[in-house]
Design a protein around this ligand. Sequence first.
Ligand code: CMC
Length: 431
Amino acid sequence: MGDKKIFLYSTEGEEQGALPVIEGSYGPDVIDVQNLHEQTEMFTFDPGYLSTASCESSITYIDGDKGELYYRGYAIEELAKQSSYLECCYLLLNGELPGADALGEFEMIITEHTMVNEAIRRFYEGMRYDAHPMAITLGVVGALSAFYHDSIDIRNPKHRTISAHRLIAKMPTIAAYSYKYTMGQPFMYPNNQLGYSENFLHMMFANPAFEYKVNPVAARAMDLILILHADHEQNASTSTVRLAGSSGTNPFASIAAGIASLWGPAHGGANEAVIRMLEEIGTKESIVHYVERAKSKEDSFRLMGFGHRVYKNHDPRARIIRKACYELLDSLNERDTPLFETALELERIALEDDYFIEHKLYPNVDFYSGLILKALGIPLNMFTVIFAMARTAGWIAQWSEMLDDPAQRIGRPRQLYTGATPRPYVEIGER
Ligand code: CMC
């Protein structure tokens, strides 16, 4: 902590105290308000955390104005180009890129944990046949503590590591099973000869009746989506994982809380919404009508996949994934199909439109990830499940960092109370 301070004065100009400023290693400093209440008997008020740093973290850094994203100091552009999802998981969990031996060992451990306890397979059967795969995934991850309670002592480092490995390894299996269950198809066991993303596609699309070979272009596109979604600083679901975990609950319960938060359309549901919107637009000819609707103050319609709360110039993930999206559409010969044609034309029109330029609204990562997942034949209701699968690594890294923080306490926000002032109880006959 440096010597910088923010002084507090009353309206009469009387000094009421001083708040220390804490410097980050990169990016904005923060005002430490922990003693504010002691000094002033007041709380800060910041619903939605627009100006509040909820924790100290050394995992992920975002600069929304410059359009930068780093995992442990490594630019997302370099990771997307040169790394793999599992290497990024190692990086997020351990803080450093692994050497060849460490990476090999990590990949082997994850591969060894891909199967789920057979009793979990039966657990799916308790779900209704037409349940949303996200509902199933949420329930199954929450239930993992009932199956793996040999590793839920959060103060035991070995338990934490085993739980982290189990979660990363089993998420693709749990996700693919949730899809297979809703399709009424047999579950496919993981094939440990395959890479992480390849294995997920195998469990999604293979069935015992015919041989299915995973397209390497599809596997790489899936791996890229996982890398780009692996972590994103203190977003809603990550903050939920931290808050749930701050009470000392087990890792599976904490991650299930994150999945619940991610499920909402304002968070993980956007790429699904992109495809639904494109289906509604239907043809290239209708685009102008929808763009005009998005611009109208009287209409609540928004172009899904455009704009971002933090990135106000460009979303760095969108730049990376845009290129991958175009390459994939070309390699699958899909560019001319009506949905993708409409998407690419919408992208062109919006990028040239004065309203979108002035409002700094650019296609975000979800615009392109939606298109890629659709091109890979992934059903819409699995898009958010895949997001959850990717974000599991970030959630665990953030949860573990929180537990290691010596200053860690249970998360307990305060409030601005605006309800009734104290009043006497009124007997029922007198109300
Ligand atoms: N289409 C049309 N107008 C828009 C859009 C859009 N997609 N997004 C923002 N605007 C306008 C908005 O109407 C407002 O205009 P004005 O100032 O004239 O009233 C202005 O731009 C600022 O909007 P805002 O709602 O104050 O901005 P925000 O930072 O609170 O919202 C957002 C960010 C992502 C919620 C919003 O841009 C949006 O709803 N986008 C569509 C949904 C979407 O694609 N979400 C995925 C985001 S990426 C997910 C991730 O990183 O995990």
